[in-house]
Design a binder for this molecule. Structure first.
Ligand SMILES: Nc1ncnc2c1ncn2[C@@H]1O[C@H](COP(=O)(O)OP(=O)(O)OP(=O)(O)O)[C@@H](O)[C@H]1O
Ligand SMILES: [Mg+2]
Length: 333
């Protein structure tokens, strides 16, 4: 039984967002003291203050890149729009950025790739061909050069759908294993766009990520649905036996401040996840709908639009959260 001073293993795992295995390893490594539960001496309790202090400990990422997946099981909540817009902001901010389109419907690819030689039905240059061993990872990357920055893209195709029918035991950890061993990666940030499902592809992206960002549509059902994502991330952490993937935050997309339901959704989200809601909200903005037709991100197609300003503000928060979460110099450690 936990008290105000002590907490149980289950509570500690939930609080830290780690699996029981990882928690046991942390306890062993840090030699954390325990006390016996007064109602059952076999149950061990931990000091609440020492667990709190652990959460303040920065995460260590041993590679240069930080991997961020945009994920939500609900469809049409702005995952693709946000993956493109955040990746573009990061690139405009001077970072070396890779955007991976993992969604078989390939919306990010169609929104960005203006290459007459690119065939959407091709299985070359997509995650599937890498998983099948037909192409090295680096060969999948297509650099897109804009006026003032470069965005590297790994395109998708409906053929990526076959990954979901592949052996999940092999496919799910594949990206994580690759990213962990990619010590000469040139990237600061890798963003992954996902489809709205519980499939192998989404698990592969989540398990391969350090952080997950979840866009939420401003309605009550969507807010209720966020619990599914937090469960998915806990399952992913059980697989990685680490603090990754960590939930970087939720934000409200297609927000209309004149509608009461939007404000209510924001309040509900903040009450449910006090530490995990971005202050920035993305307004409903027609420029964001038009951007894919112009084959470029919003910070180029309509830099003065409300949508572009909102994503700039969101990127600033994302960057600050990542920098706060990660130990300085972890990449060179
Ligand atoms: N803030 C916004 N204002 C106006 N239109 C938007 C906004 N965000 C997204 N859209 C439009 O809404 C549609 C759905 O957005 P998007 O494709 O980004 O969602 P998604 O979550 O990736 O969808 P899916 O689950 O199908 O992958 C697109 O037509 C997009 O252009
Ligand atoms: Mg999408």
């Amino acid at each position: 039984m936990s008290s105000s001073e002590h907490i149980s293993v289950t509570e500690a795992c939930e609080f830290l967002g780690v699996s029981p295995d990882t928690f046991r390893r942390i306890v062993r490594d840090l030699n954390l003291p325990t006390v016996s539960d007064p109602t059952d001496a076999r149950v061990k309790l931990y000091s609440r203050a020492s667990i709190l202090a652990l959460r303040q400990r920065p995460l260590a990422i041993p590679t240069r890149h930080r991997v961020i997946t945009l994920s939500n099981n609900k469809g049409g909540v702005s995952k693709t729009t946000s993956a493109i817009s955040l990746a573009a902001e990061a690139a405009a901010d001077g970072f070396k950025v890779l955007l991976i389109d993992s969604a078989p419907q390939a919306s990010a690819t169609v929104s960005l790739l203006d290459d007459p030689n690119w065939n959407l039905e091709s299985d070359q240059g997509i995650l599937l061909s890498w998983l099948k061993g037909d192409a090295p990872f680096q060969e999948l990357i297509k650099p897109i050069r804009y006026r003032n920055y470069q965005l590297d893209l790994i395109p998708s195709s409906p053929k990526n759908d076959q990954i979901d029918r592949a052996n999940p035991l092999e496919a799910v950890p594949a990206l994580r294993e690759f990213f962990e061993s990619w010590h000469d990666s040139p990237y600061d940030y890798i963003f992954i766009d996902t489809d709205p499902s519980f499939g192998t592809l989404v698990s592969m992206a989540q398990v391969g990520s350090h952080f997950v960002i979840c866009p939420v549509q401003a309605d009550v059902l969507s807010v209720d649905g966020t619990i599914q994502l937090t469960r998915q991330l806990q399952r992913a952490r059980n697989l990685t036996k680490s603090q990754f993937p960590s939930l970087l935050g939720f934000f409200l997309s297609r927000f209309d401040s004149r509608r009461r339901v939007c404000k209510e959704a924001l309040d509900t989200l903040k009450a449910a996840y006090p530490d995990a809601v971005f202050e920035s909200v993305i307004p409903d903005n027609v420029r964001l709908t038009e951007s894919p037709g112009q084959k470029a991100p919003i910070n180029l197609t309509a830099p003065d639009s409300k949508g572009a300003h909102a994503y700039k503000a969101l990127w600033k928060e994302v960057r600050e959260r990542v920098e706060r979460a990660v130990a300085p110099n972890a990449a060179s450690a």
